[in-house]
Each structure stands twice: as structure tokens, then as C-alpha cells.
Design a binder for this molecule. Structure first.
Ligand code: GLU
Ligand code: MG
Length: 448
């Protein structure tokens, strides 16, 4: 971190305090509130954290404190809605070394490995979210009671009713340099998406972290709840976080995915990277769609609007939203399986590791498909040699455990902790479901 520049920024923006922040395994931000004059101390590791207090940091209650330390690439975001306060993304460290259980450090490491092979990963993430509130009867509803269209996508009146929230959010994002260029009412009632400029993968991951924090904070101020949960309503489209991916040269100047002579505008590097995404598709899900609820988003029955828009099969195509990987424009890939219950650092690290493995192995892919995969039955897919994405978190974790490339990207210490923590989550859910008697069972078996 450039300390003089940050101090100047603090002065210009009249920053009195900052949040020295890291994320836990689930991508949930954790922080200490620090007076601005202690900025320099942070570089010495002054912000100590008891790692056992948060999930997946690889510590017991008896272990020494970890430090959260700003890095050369750390982003500093003054909170536009809370003057005087800033947010800084840091890495967890022990004795001045990055901690192997810190998601931001894991992404930093995988990015450095790729850079040493001549590649810089750039990403753009499309976060979808719902504005909801608890109804009087205790059920969850969309916050905007008038948002009831059966086909709500791009609803102009809904945009207008929520314009105060959206324009405040977008103005703040642009004050922070996000470069927001378009926003929409998505395909479910109460669902929105904000799009900002793509950039270096670590910066984008920081931006996603801060974006989720800001959206939730602004919604709370209005007495609403913003949720990035992948599937809050069974009958509506879920929320994804599509990852746009491209590899550039080590300086980040030339897009190495671009080849205008290819029908989809993809170079051989891009095609091999795509081969890697397909080869590691199942294990990747445990990182990019890492919650029980994620699996209710894809492979789900059609919601009220007609399509989930979320992938079912491990397949790729051109500008076709039924694919796991779409090529929306020359020189980039859009990975559509991810959702924002994922940790943005681990998701990016996994995607990069999968793609880099495809490059290392020189994988080749076919020309892709352009049909409507939502019409394909599992039987037809099987006959055509197309594989299904995992149906549950439990399945995805089994796949991750078998995937040596992805486990190596997480690191030999972190991978087992990740698998164990997530398995506990899956087991807890499974146990609860297995022990309860559902309405379906009563209907089916009561007359036995
Ligand atoms: N909401 C859809 C999903 O869960 C994506 C809709 C779109 O293509 O933007 O992935
Ligand atoms: Mg969308």
C-alpha cells in the first residue's frame, strides 16, 4: 500500500476511521474499526484477530493472533454513505507472511503463479440480488409489493419505483470508480443486477466484497433486506454471479483470449482455458456455488417467468444463455454457474486454476452448441455425451475432493479445512431434511 497516497486520500475525504477488513471462508467480511492516525501501524500488523472466532481460518482458540495487513494492491474505499469512514481490504498474515487460510492471499498466490507464466486474469462479475422483506405472517416477500409481473424482466415501472435505491447505489459506486455502465430489473420479482467495468481479478474480488456490503447496508437503511442468496423463492428465477473471464499478457495490456479469425473470436489460449473450465466443472461448483441453496438455482424446474437462465449441463456455446460457458463477445468467456454465496477470492482462484490447467494440458474443445439446452432431458444429454452439473453441495464437495488441481490451488492446508467446513454445512442440512416429515411424504404415504 502506498501510505502517503492513502494518507492524502484520508485527508481529502476527511476520513477519521477505517475498517481493516478480511473475509472468512464464506466471503463474509470481518473487520476492526481503526482510527485514521493508526494507518501506518496496520502495515506493521497491528490489527490482531482471534482466527478461531471465524469459519475456516485454520486456528484453534489457543493459537496466537493473526494480523490483517493492507497490501501493495489493497483497495481503499471511503464509504460514500457514511462520511468519515473508509474500508480497506487486507490479507491475513502471521509473522509478516501471508496466512495459507486467507482467501485473498490464496487468490494473490494463484494470480502470481499465472503471472509467472505470462498471464494476468481479468474478471467482470454480474451480481444479481433481491430486495426482500419479512411479511407480517413471517414469510419472505419481495420488498416492492407492486412488483408482481409474471414476466418482470426489464420492468420499467419497477425500475422507477426503486429508482431512489438504485440511483443512490450507482452514484456511490461510480464515486468509488467502479465504472457502472448499466443496470436492470432482472427476471424475478424484486431482483436487480448492477454491471460495472471489468478489471484485474483481485481488484474485482475486492469490489464484489465491498459491493455486497454496500448493497446490504443501503437496503438496511431503508428498512429492507438485500440478499445474494442464490434461490430465496422456489417459484422465481434465482440470483447468479456470472464471471466474465479473459487472460491478458503479464503487463495486462493485450487480451490473449482475442482472435478475430475464430468464429467466436477466441484464441487457442482461450479455447484451452475453456477446456479447463469444462474439465474441472464439477469440482469448481464447490467453490463457485458453495451452499446448499446454490443447487436449487441450477437444474431447477422452470420458474414463473419460464426459464431459470442458470445452467444444467456442462456445455459451452456462443451467445447462448442456456450454456454453462457462454461466449457473449469475442475475447472473453462467461462462466454462468457461479452465484454470490461464493467467496469471490476463492471462486476466482478456482476458475483461474481450472483454466490454467487447460492451457498447461493444451486441451482442445469442440465448436460448441447453439441449441436450447433447457429442452434437453438428462437422458438425451447422456446419449449425446453431455454431463450434468452436480445436483447437490454434497456431490460438488466429493468432486472437489477428487480434483487435485483445484485442491492444489486452495493449498494443501486449506483444501481439507474447506472440505470439512462445507461438509459440516451439507451434513447439517441433510440431517435436518432426513429427520423431518415433509408435506410430500404425508401426501404420498398417509394412505398406506
Ligand atoms: N438469474 C439467472 C441466473 O441465476 C441469470 C439471468 C441472466 O442471464 O442474466 O443465473
Ligand atoms: Mg443477469
Amino acid at each position: 500500500m502506498n501510505i502517503a497516497q492513502t494518507q492524502q486520500l484520508f485527508q481529502d475525504k476527511d476520513i477519521k476511521f477505517f475498517l481493516m477488513s478480511f473475509v472468512d471462508m464464506h466471503g463474509t467480511p470481518r473487520a476492526k474499526l481503526v482510527p485514521a492516525e493508526n494507518l501506518e501501524d496496520m502495515l506493521e500488523g497491528a490489527a490482531g484477530f482471534a482466527g478461531f472466532a471465524v469459519d475456516g481460518v485454520g486456528q484453534g482458540p489457543h493459537d496466537p493472533d493473526l494480523s490483517c495487513v493492507p497490501q501493495g494492491d489493497s483497495t481503499v474505499f471511503p464509504l460514500p454513505w457514511k462520511p468519515g469512514l473508509a474500508w480497506i481490504a487486507g490479507n491475513l498474515q502471521m509473522d509478516g507472511q501471508n496466512w495459507d487460510y486467507c482467501p485473498r492471499a490464496i487468490l494473490t498466490r494463484t494470480l502470481e503463479e499465472a503471472r509467472s507464466r505470462g498471464f494476468t486474469l481479468k474478471t467482470g462479475v454480474e451480481p444479481e440480488f433481491f430486495l426482500v422483506d419479512k411479511k407480517a405472517d413471517g414469510t419472505l416477500g419481495v420488498a416492492d409489493a407492486a412488483d408482481t409481473l409474471a414476466k418482470p424482466c426489464y420492468g420499467q415501472l419497477s425500475l422507477l419505483r426503486n429508482a431512489d435505491f438504485l440511483t443512490t447505489l450507482i452514484t456511490h459506486l461510480n464515486e468509488l470508480g467502479y465504472g457502472v455502465y448499466q443496470n436492470d430489473h432482472e427476471d424475478a420479482n424484486g431482483q436487480f443486477e448492477i454491471n460495472w467495468r471489468f478489471g484485474d481479478a483481485l481488484k474485482t474480488a475486492d469490489q464484489v466484497s465491498f459491493f455486497k456490503f454496500m448493497v446490504k447496508a443501503l437496503a438496511e437503511e431503508r428498512g429492507q433486506c438485500a440478499t445474494f442468496m442464490p434461490k430465496p423463492f422456489a417459484n422465481l428465477t434465482g440470483s447468479g454471479a456470472h464471471y466474465h473471464l479473459s487472460l491478458w499478457d503479464a503487463e495486462g495490456k493485450d487480451n490473449l483470449f482475442l482472435d478475430k479469425s475464430d468464429p467466436r473470436g477466441l484464441s487457442s489460449v482461450a479455447l484451452s482455458f475453456l477446456g479447463g473450465l469444462l474439465a474441472h466443472a464439477k469440482g469448481l461448483c464447490a467453490l463457485t456455488a458453495p451452499t446448499v441453496n446454490s443447487y436449487k438455482r441450477f437444474g431447477a424446474r422452470s420458474p414463473r417467468s419460464g426459464a431459470t437462465w442458470a445452467p444444467v449441463f456442462i456445455a459451452h456455446g456462443g451467445n447462448n444463455r442456456t450454456m454453462m460457458v457462454r461466449v457473449p463477445a469475442p475475447g472473453r468467456l462467461e462462466y454462468r454457474t457461479a452465484d454470490n454465496s461464493s467467496n469471490p477470492y476463492l471462486a476466482a482462484a478456482g476458475l483461474l486454476a481450472a483454466g490454467m490447467d487447460g492451457i498447461a494440458r493444451g486441451l482442445k474443445v469442440d465448436a460448441g452448441r447453439d441449441d436450447n439446452l433447457f429442452l434437453l432431458s438428462s437422458k438425451e444429454a447422456e446419449a449425446q455425451g453431455i454431463d450434468l452439473l452436480p445436483a447437490t453441495l454434497g456431490e460438488a464437495l466429493d468432486e472437489l475432493e477428487r480434483d487435485e488441481v483445484l485442491c492444489a490451488a486452495l493449498g494443501s492446508d486449506y483444501a481439507p479445512v474447506y472440505l470439512a467446513t462445507k461438509r459440516e454445512e451439507w451434513d447439517e442440512y441433510h440431517e435436518m431434511i432426513a429427520k423431518s416429515v415433509t408435506a410430500w411424504e404425508l401426501q404420498r404415504y398417509l394412505s398406506i
